[in-house]
Design a protein around this ligand. Structure first.
Ligand SMILES: C[S@@+](CC[C@H](N)C(=O)[O-])C[C@H]1O[C@@H](n2cnc3c(N)ncnc32)[C@H](O)[C@@H]1O
Length: 239
């Protein structure tokens, strides 16, 4: 699908809205889309890819399908117990079992908002990437309409209130709790952090799903916190 385009955004939006009922369609689509985004910079065939916080393995499967040697690192055994590619490695993104500069591509989709210390998490991704290699990081920022995850968009009224409301309305325990496994990460703060670092250059900072001007939206302080939805950073490790 052409990126950006209204057709692509609409297709992704529909699939993600239906994610609870049909996760295979949603995540296979997202995985193909992410692989296409990477292949604008580097062909996956023959590359070593580290998929950090890879969950159930949809992305790793797609990278392998395109000829990459992809390794999935995931700390949550319940994620791994669900459908996962063979050869997943139980590991925390803060301390990856990889030597410096091993990966041609270090990939992390929707993990940064789940870690308490995103700067250290990012440093570890940089460490394992070879000089000149690509780093793909995307996350849902807190003020995004999806920021509260299963209790969105009620997080705008406060996290605890939104969480309680979700549990009352659905009768299900919420998966996320702010400050425990979900953190209020911002677009501006993350961009400032990345720009201050001397070990990576920004190739692209964009909204992952937007149909028009996906990079422009990330330049407008204030607005970007609400309108970006999901920030995608494509970074190159400096030599
Ligand atoms: C929303 S899921 C995203 C899964 C997959 N990357 C995707 O985009 O579908 C967040 C994932 O981050 C993982 N995670 C949380 N903290 C982590 C950490 N410190 N290191 C690596 N992964 C972590 C979780 O276990 C979970 O699988």
């Amino acid at each position: 699908m052409k990126d950006p385009s209204f057709r692509r955004s609409l297709t992704l939006f529909r699939a993600l809205r239906n994610e609870r009922h049909d996760p295979h369609t949603a995540y296979n689509l997202l995985a193909r889309d992410a692989a296409d985004q990477i292949e604008r910079y580097i062909r996956l065939d023959g590359q070593v890819v580290a998929d950090v916080g890879g969950g159930r393995g949809y992305f790793t499967r797609e990278f392998r399908r395109r000829g990459a040697q992809s390794y999935l690192f995931e700390p949550d055994l319940s994620e791994l117990a669900a459908e996962t590619e063979p050869g997943a490695i139980v590991a925390d993104g803060y301390l990856l079992p990889l030597a410096d500069g091993t990966a041609d591509v270090c990939f992390s989709s929707n993990v940064l908002e789940h870690v308490r210390d995103p700067g250290t998490f990012l440093s570890e991704m940089v460490r394992v990437t070879r000089p000149g290699g690509l780093i793909y990081v995307s996350f849902t920022n807190w003020l995004s309409p999806w920021g509260g995850h299963e209790w969105a968009p009620w997080h705008y009224l406060g996290a605890e209130r939104a969480r309680t409301r979700y549990e009352r309305r659905t009768g299900r325990a919420a998966k996320h709790r702010l400050g425990e496994n979900l953190f209020a990460i911002g677009v501006g703060a993350t961009l400032r952090h990345v720009k201050r670092r001397g070990d990576i250059e920004i190739l692209s900072a964009r909204s992952r799903y937007w149909p028009v001007l996906p990079t422009a939206v990330t330049h407008v302080p204030g607005l970007r916190e609400f309108a970006t939805w999901n920030l995608l950073l494509l970074l190159r490790r400096c030599s």
